[in-house]
Design a protein around this ligand. Structure first.
Ligand SMILES: Cc1ncc(COP(=O)(O)O)c(C=O)c1O
Length: 355
């Protein structure tokens, strides 16, 4: 089999996030930057209603949802492509714009899916590094390596795992030099950061933004994301995405959340205005190093990361250890509600400090 498969695929390992045991874990899942509580009754009601309509035997159609998503993103429906999670959106963009041997820039460390897609397509990957001291995006290093042979540049904004942000003005600086490349801005956490590059779309047809309903909207299990881009870009990507890749059950939930934005606002406000400062103050008071966060997660470096990770896991809080590109020995913590965060801090104090 190995001699039949494309060389780029044969060389790869599967992308396997550490999911095993999560469903059975009796504690708080603070390891995948998910919403830590359901969106609410509006979603349950929409799903029940969808099932009662007895339309499971019909193929999907997306028209009105494209329109709703466009309205939410502040663009036209022709600028939206729905995808099966933003993972699929990223996959479509790499397949459309970066072929075998093409250069792509992935500032690192970043979200695993970028490297996986580059690997599948046999791209040459350049990895300027986020600043180990500040977690800042390596802007100058990116500008230095951009040339006419680069086909795709990733700006994960905010970046997973550092939770740091590149300003819209600096994204523009990249777009100004990268005339021959597509710039993929991943905005999976835009609801938390409040900073979007959509205002640049009308001036830069090579800008492509990906977003998701998996994070602040809490619909990760249903798998819906979307691309925001010039209609000419959408016209290309739609040739690759299957006509029914996003299912109608998921879209019933998307309709419900977009028609009821209050639970989104309430949760984002609580995470950013209460939980995040609680954790930051706790880390500061206890001299635990952390990177500045503009998302629903934070990357920090305790003195003994393996021990802290295992102790927290044994005491009801699952975090995600991160490594690579100079960020070894860090842990990523997703913020939850204020109540959960206070519990987290109490447990951390009791079992991890002075141990
Ligand atoms: C930066 C970033 N982009 C995209 C995704 C993919 O999300 P989904 O495929 O659920 O939309 C994630 C998930 O963790 C992420 O952190």
């Amino acid at each position: 089999m190995n001699n039949l498969v494309r060389k780029s695929v044969a060389r790869l390992a599967p992308y396997c996030p550490p999911l095993s045991g999560r469903r059975a874990y009796r504690g708080f899942l603070l390891d995948f930057n998910e919403r830590t509580e359901p969106y609410g009754q509006v979603v349950d009601a929409a799903l029940v209603k969808f099932v009662a309509e007895n339309r499971l035997q019909c193929y999907p159609e997306y028209g009105d949802v494209n329109q709703l998503v466009a309205q939410y993103a502040g663009v036209k429906a022709e600028n939206i492509l729905l995808s099966n999670g933003s993972d699929q959106a990223i996959d479509l963009i790499f397949r459309a714009f970066a072929g075998e041997g093409d250069k792509v820039i992935i500032p690192s460390p970043s979200f695993a899916m970028f490297y996986q897609c580059a690997g599948v397509n046999g791209n040459e990957v350049l990895t300027p590094q986020y600043d180990r001291a500040s977690g800042a995006f390596p802007l100058q290093a990116v500008l230095d390596v951009v040339d006419e042979s680069v086909k795709l540049i990733v700006v994960c904004n905010p970046n997973n795992p550092t939770a740091t942000l590149l300003s819209v003005a600096d994204i523009r600086r990249i777009l100004d030099v990268a005339k021959k490349a597509v710039v993929l801005v991943d905005e999976a956490y835009v609801e938390y950061s409040g900073e979007s590059a959509t205002s640049l779309l009308s001036s830069y047809p090579n800008l492509i933004i990906t977003r998701t309903f998996s994070k602040a909207f809490g619909l990760a299990a249903l798998r819906v994301g979307y691309v925001v881009a010039a209609s000419a870009v959408i016209d290309e990507l739609i040739k690759i995405r299957g006509p029914y890749d996003v299912n109608m059950v998921a879209l019933a939930a998307v309709r419900a959340v977009l028609s009821n934005l209050e639970p989104l606002r309430v949760y984002v406000r609580e995470v950013m205005m209460v939980s995040k400062p609680l954790v930051e103050n706790f880390f500061t008071d206890n001299k635990i190093f952390f990177y500045p966060s503009v998302a629903d997660f934070i990357l920090f470096r305790p003195v003994n990361p393996e021990k802290v990770f295992m102790t927290l896991k044994d005491n009801g809080f699952l975090l995600r250890p991160r490594r690579g590109y100079g960020f070894d020995g860090t842990l990523r913590l997703s913020f939850g509600t204020a109540v959960q965060t206070r519990q987290f801090i109490e447990v951390y104090k009791k079992v991890c400090l002075n141990n």
